[in-house]
Design a binder for this molecule. Sequence first.
Ligand code: NIG
Length: 392
Amino acid sequence: MTALVVDRIGLLVTNDETVGEGRLGIVRDAAVVIEDGSVVAVVPAGAAGDERLDAAGACVIPGFVDSHTHPVFAGDRSAEFAARMAGRPYAAGGIHTTVAATRSASEPELRAGLRRRVAEAHRGGTTHLEAKSGYGLTVEHELRLLRLAGEITDDTTLMAAHVVTAERAGAAEEYVDLVCGAMVEAAAPLARWIDVFCERGAFDGDQTRRVLEAGQAAGLGLRVHAAQLGPGPGVQIAVELGAASADHCTHLTGADVDALGGSTTVATLLPASDFSTRQPYPDGRRLVDAGATVALATNCNPGSSFTTAMALCIALAVRDCGLTVEEALWAATAGGARALRRDDIGRIAPGARADLALLDAPSYLHLAYRPGMDLVLATVARGALVWARPGP
Ligand code: NIG
């Protein structure tokens, strides 16, 4: 067995209170011993191993868990972004532009684009990505996107209920029938989750419920896009059906906050999309104070949030959603793991997957304190170095 030791870590965040101090499980002057892609021990600095990665006193954190992305697409919507910044509101209609571009792209083109985004995510310290379909909207095209997502990313989600496809405009119920029938049936072997955009202009409460129940019957876990552009029934449905996550949560009612606070449904905040669509930011403070489990994710997609930068999401969550840096870092790592109902990621402890990021910083505080800076020196995913900043 070959051991990799990440040594001379000045400050290690383990997210495990049995390994270190406090909720972040902090250990100082540590080394992490890795074998066969998993963490086998957290020990004092100076441990021996066949291979050694020298952190030289830097801070090491669990790799980011990006639990909400739409990364399989073609085309460019920068002009839509510019128009939005000039005053036009964000509307889900832009999704059709990406659907057209994605359908006409070849599989190698889509694969190459997805690989670029995943490599970019690794450079930013992300080691686990959930990836949604949703830019195909026919059985054939949705399956193509799920297959690609499954080749390259970690958790796949059927999101055929993104918008009603243009070919069935005005026939939403017919499209929902297709999603609940042929699409769910064909996609179930390729996906772990099903997701619905519950929003005015996309799917209403009854349609959302139908899609989720069809997915559940086929063995898929549930996720919901809820209260992104305005209040709606999404959070209540998510909680009632035991969804793993209600995502966006930008326009919550008091009842939504209470429901999330009293449930196992994670509130996943996507502040980079509120940034890029000039929406208000979700009230993360209120959710945490109500007892909700909060996750942070990028929502990487070509329309509302074209970024894979989890550090940006942390900075926004601290600056604009009212989270402390500790809460935001936990949400971007352990919170994402909870949102995906996994206990093998989001922490650095014996038995967990060896996913971690070495920061060019003495403390994780720099993730929010130095916004926009490229702070990741190296990223290790499943025990392998997937990114290392070239030397000076
Ligand atoms: O989460 N809200 C729905 N889906 C994406 C946006 C997709 C797009 O505009 O292409 C989101 O923001």
